[in-house]
Structure formats: C-alpha cells, structure tokens
Design a protein around this ligand. Structure first.
Ligand code: PXP
Length: 392
C-alpha cells in the first residue's frame, strides 16, 4: 500500500520532484489516518485528460484533476486501495501561473483535492459540502507545510581549515578526522569537507576515514569534475554539495551558475541519483538559479550567505538578507530542500537560522578560528547557541 506515482509525462520537463511529491502524499494519508491505504497518482497531459473527462463525465476539454474511487472494484481486488487520482500537469501549470504560485504547490493542492474526493468529500453535492471540503483542503495544506518545515536548522561544521593548518606543515596534525569527532560530540549534526581538485586542504585519506567515522551526516563539497565525481560515487557520502571551483580563489567565491553549466550538472546529478546520493547545489540567492536547480533534478540548494555576511553597512546587509529570505521561500515552495552557508559567524548566524525553511547551516571558518582561542568543543557549542537563540 502507500503512494504509487505514475508519470505519463516527462517528469524532468515539468520539473516535478517525485521524491517530495511521494513524501508529501504519504504525510497526507497519515494526516487523514489512512496510512494503511493505497493511492495511485497518475500525471498526464491535457490530451489524455480530455479523453478521460469526456469518457467518464461527458465533458469536453481537459480538467485539472479527476479521482476514481477503488470502491467500484470488487472488495477482493481493491483491498485497502482508495483509488486513482489523475492530474493534468499542463492544466496545473496554467493554473499555477494564474495564481502566481509554483507548479509544485498547485499539484500539492490538486493531490489534496483528489485524496479528499477519494475519501468521500464532494463539493458538487451542495454549497455546504463545497465549503466543508474547501476548509478541509486549507487545513491539510497548512498541516502539510508545517510538517515539512524544519523546526530549527541543524549545524553542520566544515572542518577544511583544520586540514589547512595541517597542510601548512605537511605533517599529520591537526587531524580533521579527530576534529570532526569533537564537533559531533559537541552537538554538530553534520560534517562538511571540500575535496578540492588541488587538494589544498582535505586529502583523499581524510574523506575515506571520515566516511568510516562520521556518525551524523557526511556532506562532501565538490566540483563537478570527473576525478572527484568518481571518488564520490565510490565513497558514497550522505550527500554532496556541488560548488564552483577556481584554482586561484582563497575560498569558494560565488554560487554555481547552474544555467551556464546545466548539461554537466544534470549529468552529475543523474549519476549521483543512480547511486542514491542526494545532491545540493550551492547557488546565489537568485530566482533563475533556483528554477534551474529544480529543473536539473537537485534535491537541495544551499543558498550563498556570503554577501549578507560581508555587507559593509546595515542597509546593505538588510537587502542581502531579504534576498536570502525570499529565495529560501521560493526554493521551498518549489519543492526543493534548503540549506545555507558561507561566511556565517557568531554575529550573522542567528538571523539566518530564524528563517523557517532552512534545514542546515554549513559553517567552517568562524568556528575553526574561534577554536584557536576557546577550543573546538566550546566553539561549536557557542555556534549552536547562536542557532538556538533564533528559536527563542
Ligand atoms: N558552504 C559552502 C558551499 C562552502 O564552499 C563553504 C566554504 O568551504 C562553506 C559553506 C563554509 O563557509 P565558511 O568557512 O565561510 O563558514
């Protein structure tokens, strides 16, 4: 039982996030106390929808959603099957445009509408029933969004600069693997390392050991370069974050230009998907980059917080913050999961951590720098306090 998604349209052409749609539909069944039931959701085009609409309702032209209760089948065939929901992605897309919302949001609304029909709600019976159904739809949509929104972002520590100090001497200390363990014991919920092509800090040995020792979540930052892709496929980190990489830069300078690198990134994501590795893309807070990330099948975007952190004055910082806030909402509503990072320190983190849709903050330099004065354990705990403060 559960949710069965069928795509009779090109899923990538319409930027449909299958994983998220399935997860949301499963949550919907749970909210309705129907977790042992099954529903098939079939995504079709307008032409197919027009045929169904004529055959079963005698109406011409496509509609947005049709529900078929399994009750019509004999009990031994239907089991716990609630029925089928057909959704025209093309009609949903037009409606999303008219309402000024994302296609993902419109399809979510239609799934709610379809599931309610399968459970006996029918707006066509009377005005009163229409109102009851509409109110239930609003409630379920709200509950669904609340379930998806993380309560507080998790702290992931980037330990690259522990390796930077080690490489300055070319010896074995300090060791980023030991540092990662200390970060986890201090409460970090993830470890991030960037295996650069020039191996300026993190080495192959580090990622191999981290894969074996990290107990929380290992996020491998990397360029979409063949050698590193092969290492990642072999290593199987919990997720990867694709970043731009320039030999001469001191640190990652800007977000990835997804639009300009669409083909290469799409291929990389497809390879990672086949290996079961979720992909995040590090991008500037920009609507076009968000849309392109969705289009090539990313699961997460990591919004670049560098310009917000480096702002020269409060007005500029406010502007950069609003950009991140709007982008985070847009990405979330489009069906992407949202992380943020770069340049965050003990003054700039709390405000970003208060944004309701961000799942994880990736923070390195500020914590490793502070660790020089107060120790790594204390530095991580103080950063965790900055995040906790956002929820007070
Ligand atoms: N996120 C990404 C994608 C990065 O490249 C970096 C730097 O390695 C960070 C987050 C962490 O930035 P910082 O070291 O400034 O906290």
């Amino acid at each position: 039982m559960g949710i069965n998604l069928v795509f009779n349209v090109d899923r990538l052409q319409f930027h449909l996030n299958a994983g998220l749609l399935k997860q949301q539909s499963t949550v919907l069944l749970k909210l309705l106390n129907l977790q042992t039931s099954g529903v098939s959701i079939v995504f079709i085009d307008d032409r197919a929808m027009a045929e169904y609409n004529f055959t079963y309702r005698g109406k011409h032209g496509p509609t947005n959603v049709l529900s078929f209760q399994a009750e019509a089948l004999p009990a031994e065939l239907s089991g716990n099957e609630l029925g089928d929901i057909l959704i025209s992605v093309e009609t949903a897309g037009r409606e999303a445009g008219q309402k000024g919302i994302s296609l993902h949001q419109r399809i979510t609304e239609l799934i709610i509408h379809g599931i309610l029909h399968l459970t006996g709600y029918d707006h066509e019976n009377s005005t009163r029933e229409a109102l009851i159904m509409w109110e239930k739809e609003q409630l379920l949509f709200k509950q669904l969004i609340q379930q998806r929104r993380p309560t507080m972002p998790q702290l992931a520590i980037n330990v690259d600069h522990v390796a930077t100090i080690r490489q300055a001497r070319g010896i074995t200390e300090p060791d980023p693997v030991i540092a990662a363990g200390i970060c986890e014991l201090a409460g970090a919920k993830g470890i991030v390392v960037h295996l650069r092509e020039d191996r300026r800090h993190i080495q192959d040995r580090d990622v191999q050991l981290l894969r074996q020792t990290v107990k929380t979540k290992l996020n491998l930052e990397m360029a979409a370069a063949k050698e590193i892709i092969d290492i990642a496929l072999d290593l199987k980190p919990d997720m990867i974050t694709l970043v731009p990489e320039k030999r001469k830069e001191l640190t990652t300078e800007g977000g990835l230009d997804v639009i300009a690198n669409e083909k290469k990134l799409k291929k990389t994501i497809a390879k990672m998907s086949r290996a079961g590795i979720p992909v995040s893309i590090f991008i500037d807070p920009d609507a076009a980059q968000i849309e392109a990330s969705l289009e090539i099948g990313a699961t997460f975007v990591e919004l670049h917080t560098g310009r917000y952190c480096d702002a020269d004055n409060e007005k500029q910082r406010d502007n950069e913050f609003r950009l991140i806030e709007r982008s985070a909402e847009l990405a979330f509503e489009s069906g992407l999961r949202v992380n943020a990072g770069h340049g965050l320190d003990y003054r700039t983190t709390t405000r970003i951590a208060a944004l309701p849709v961000i799942e994880e903050l990736s923070i390195g330099h500020a914590v490793i720098s502070r660790a020089v004065y107060v120790g790594l354990d204390q530095a991580v705990r103080e950063m965790q306090d900055c995040i906790t403060m956002a929820g007070l």
